[in-house]
Ligand binder design. Structure first.
Ligand SMILES: Cc1cc2nc3c(=O)[nH]c(=O)nc-3n(C[C@H](O)[C@H](O)[C@H](O)COP(=O)(O)OP(=O)(O)OC[C@H]3O[C@@H](n4cnc5c(N)ncnc54)[C@H](O)[C@@H]3O)c2cc1C
Length: 494
């Protein structure tokens, strides 16, 4: 089956009878429900881009099994050109939302692309699992499915291990196995975009570290309408307002949900790892899936930084604050962030190599740097929008004000040096939706946490960094007796 259009994506979502809960009510149809409808429409637009004649070759490639055109985020890169094609496709999707939709389907597609290429890793747990992961990758590619994923156990008690919580089935765990599959009970959090997704990938993060925690060690993927599965969503940030009033929330609400498994049977053919803690802990690194996911994230973050910088530059122009040095300095600070991210992406692609699975893989270190820097950069860029926007972020009359009896007042008093009242408010409402609204607050939290706890990510970077050549250089400097030059060490990092 070729890549889906937006209409096919929506039709498929409508067919699913899922347990999605929002505000105490079960939602029958996410494609029409006000909390999710416009997020679905935005995802549908992404699918439609695959059918835009101008983008067809950018977005799709001939399937290796059917020859039908399928999404490029599934393309297994074997050459630097393939990697560049993946980047360009992902850039198109990221630009559509200014990077505000973090979980577009390319994110999880990318991890299954890498895991299928590394199927021997799963086969070492059980030969069937290697085949399962390859078949599953073919299945989601040929049906162009949208996946959410969940990796983290409920917070409950972080001073205890996963197997020491108040209830053994607070975190999702294995209850039993039978000839049909594996029965799972308990909870996982969080699954961004769950109501918008056809399937859910339930994988370990790297936290199954305790002894006797085998029953929490598994990896599988199932349809979001699998019996027994419940998605409990947070309140929607889409309040049904116009694009003028809530420019981002009215378009890009992806939704987040916790996932409950009430004795869900996972068919054996959807199991990829089972009871093997070591393989669960090592899975993202050993398959290089994490590197390809970081590649997607870096592309998305560049799109987001560009979008925010554009807003900042427009704000500076609109109320004529360019002449102030600290304003220039703040905008330039954002420019340094953006250019740093771009340099990381470029370095990662320039130093790409064929990994042990035969996949052209970007260099890990520049992407690791990028993913560790962005959770600090993003809140700072948001702060800069607040610092430059000041009261302008609150003087944001609504679209209705511009159409009602006080239209003349708001048009006059909200005018700016370089925009009339309505155009100025249009821009500042966008800045508000980035920096002050509920949607904006969730974006900030998302950037801080979605790839993991920033503290533990930095710690992993510290331990993964090639430190020895640098220490050796200092050792030889300290013991240098004359003016001769210390030998240049092997370059660190890479
Ligand atoms: C908006 C949003 C969307 C998300 N979407 C998804 C998704 O789609 N799929 C998914 O799988 N996950 C998702 N996540 C979850 C994300 O992976 C986690 O937030 C992240 O891994 C941190 O885990 P936690 O939230 O359980 O925080 P915790 O691990 O509970 O951490 C809370 C605090 O305690 C500290 N802490 C706790 N334990 C330790 C420790 N052992 N060592 C040091 N410090 C510790 C942390 O540093 C932090 O300050 C999302 C998160 C957010 C905020």
């Amino acid at each position: 089956m070729p890549a889906r259009s937006g209409a096919q994506y929506i039709a498929d979502l409508k067919k699913m009878k899922r347990e999605i809960w929002i505000g105490g009510e079960r939602v029958d149809d996410v494609t029409t429900h006000p909390a999710t409808r416009r997020g679905v429409e935005s995802y549908a637009h992404l699918y439609d881009m695959q059918y835009d004649p101008a983008l067809r070759d950018v977005m799709t490639y001939p399937s290796p099994t059917t020859g039908d055109r399928v999404g490029i985020s599934f393309l297994t890169p074997r050459t630097p050109t393939d990697l560049a094609r993946r980047r360009e496709m992902m850039r198109q999707w990221a630009n559509y939302s200014g990077g505000m939709m973090g979980r577009t389907p390319d994110y999880v597609n990318t991890s299954f692309m890498a895991m299928a290429a590394a199927s021997d890793y799963f086969a070492a747990n059980d030969p069937r699992f290697g085949e399962n992961v390859r078949n599953y990758y073919d299945y989601i590619r040929e049906h162009d499915l949208c996946l959410t994923h969940t990796l983290i156990n409920p917070q409950a008690n972080r001073s205890k291990g996963v197997n020491e919580q108040a209830d053994p089935y607070l975190p999702a765990g294995i209850v039993t196995t039978n000839s049909d599959g594996v029965v799972i009970r308990g909870c996982r959090m969080l699954a961004t975009s769950a109501p918008l997704a056809d399937e859910i990938m339930v994988f370990p993060s790297t936290v199954v570290k305790n002894e006797n925690a085998d029953k929490y060690a598994f990896a599988f993927s199932i349809a979001t309408d699998t019996p027994g599965m419940k998605f409990i969503c947070r309140e929607s940030l889409d309040q049904g307002k116009s694009h003028f009033d809530h420019p981002l929330a009215s378009r890009f609400e992806e939704m987040d949900a916790i996932v409950v498994f009430d004795d869900v049977t996972v068919p054996w053919e959807r199991m990829f790892l089972f009871g093997d803690m070591e393989r669960c802990n090592g899975c993202y690194g050993a398959t290089d899936a994490v590197v390809h996911m970081m590649h997607q994230v870096c592309i998305k973050n560049i799109a987001k930084a560009e979008f925010l910088l554009g807003v900042i530059l427009m704000m500076i122009e609109t109320v004529a604050i360019e002449q102030f040095q600290h304003v220039q300095e703040k905008a330039a600070e954002v420019m340094t962030y953006l250019e740093t991210m771009k340099a990381c992406l470029r370095a990662a692609e320039a130093d790409a190599h064929l990994d042990s699975w035969g996949v052209m893989t970007p260099a890990r270190m520049p992407l690791d740097i990028a993913r560790n820097m962005f959770p600090k950069m993003y809140p700072r860029i948001v702060e800069i929008i607040q610092l430059l926007g000041a009261s302008g972020l609150m003087a944001i009359a609504t679209e209705a004000d511009f159409a009602g009896p006080i239209a003349a007042d708001v048009s006059k008093y909200l005018q700016a040096a370089n925009a009339d009242g309505k155009e100025r408010v249009r821009l500042y409402r966008l800045a508000w939706d980035i920096a002050c609204s509920g949607f904006g607050g969730r974006q900030e939290l998302y950037e801080r946490y979605f790839f993991g706890d920033p503290i533990r990510m930095m710690s992993a970077l510290y331990f993964g960094y090639d430190k020895e050549p640098l220490k050796e250089r200092i050792r030889s400097f300290l013991h240098q007796e004359d003016a001769s030059v210390a030998p240049t060490p092997v370059a660190a990092g890479g």
